[in-house]
Design a binder for this molecule. Structure first.
Ligand code: C2E
Ligand code: MG
Ligand code: MG
Ligand code: MG
Length: 276
């Protein structure tokens, strides 16, 4: 954005642009120390199995409590953490913390963590192995969520890393399914445990026939291939009825439970158990 100044010159440094750059720098500096200062926290959102009618797992979601700026959304700071590679350190902490937390939950309730492509260039397998070892969590109670984009990276060892994770016994889930790339070839190359149907399709399923058909198609794909499916972002009874009718395996959304802090999980599960 160039701004015309008095004499026909252009100034490329609008104050607002300066602020943006400075803002990013300061956020980067703050992010580097966020872990050490214990400003990062994991919240957990329940995943409900529709056939069983109860919680079978939780997804770990990062929260950053900034002392001055308040809560910063992961949608804002994860991209920055990835660009700066700070995600490697944060990602390791997420894996270790989520496994330790889940080991306290009733068996066989599982935990899923989001893993960034950047972590695939690091010591992901080692971190997952030590998280399991330290926590004593059974590997099948631990899942990693990856997005489709990472599977297209032919040059890297993604498939080999996924196989090493499978050998550890942990589950691998595809997140935001349908928003990335339409090549389904990767579904043949690796035994994914679950496909999470992106919330944009669920949200629009009631007013867009196309979205409704995409949800139906992914549910069918999962059934045919023997891969579980999760409907993400279910907010209304109508959406729940729809995904249930399509025999989606699980739901995760505000309707069935918002992300909560670790201390609230016990009460959540107890309340669920007391319901008929
Ligand atoms: P995601 O993995 O697809 O996580 C689901 C997001 O949808 C979460 O947003 C969750 O709070 C939100 N959500 C769940 N149910 C509903 C609903 O019914 N309605 C609406 N509107 N939203 C719902 P959140 O926590 O803000 O996280 C955003 C994204 O940030 C995540 O998307 C994930 O890609 C990333 N992220 C979060 N934690 C981590 C992490 O530990 N590591 C990495 N690499 N990425 C993370
Ligand atoms: Mg996820
Ligand atoms: Mg998702
Ligand atoms: Mg996402």
């Amino acid at each position: 954005r160039a701004k015309r100044t008095g004499r026909g010159h252009f100034c490329f440094c609008e104050p607002s642009m300066m602020t943006e750059v400075a803002e990013r720098r300061s956020m980067e500096t703050d992010l580097r120390s966020a872990l050490a200062l214990k400003q990062l926290e994991l919240h957990y959102q329940p995943q409900i199995d529709l056939a069983a009618g109860r919680t079978v797992g939780f997804e770990a979601l990062l929260r950053w409590r900034h002392p001055l700026k308040g809560n910063i959304s992961p949608a804002l700071f994860i991209p920055l953490a990835e660009e700066t590679k700070i995600i490697r350190e944060i990602g390791d902490w997420v894996i270790l913390t989520a496994a330790a937390e889940a080991a306290r939950w009733p068996d066989p309730i599982s935990v899923a963590v989001n893993v960034s492509p950047v972590q695939f260039q690091g010591k992901l397998v080692h971190t997952v192995a030590s998280a399991l070892q330290r926590s004593g969590l059974a590997p099948e109670r631990f899942a990693i969520e990856i997005t489709e984009g990472i599977l297209l990276d032919e040059s890297s060892d993604v498939l080999s890393i996924l196989n090493q994770l499978k050998d550890l016994g942990v589950h691998v889930v595809i997140d935001d399914f349908g928003t990335g790339y339409s090549s389904l070839g990767y579904l043949r190359r690796f035994p994914f445990h679950k496909l999470k149907i992106d919330q944009s399709f669920i949200r629009s399923a009631s007013d867009s026939r196309d979205c409704a058909m995409i949800v139906k198609a992914v549910a069918g794909l999962g059934k045919s291939l023997g891969i579980k499916t999760t409907a993400e972002g279910v907010e209304t009874e109508m959406q729940l009825d729809y995904v249930r009718a399509e025999e989606v395996s699980e739901v995760q959304g505000y309707l069935t439970g918002r992300p909560m802090d670790a201390g609230s999980i016990g009460a959540f599960l107890a309340q669920e158990a007391s319901r008929p």
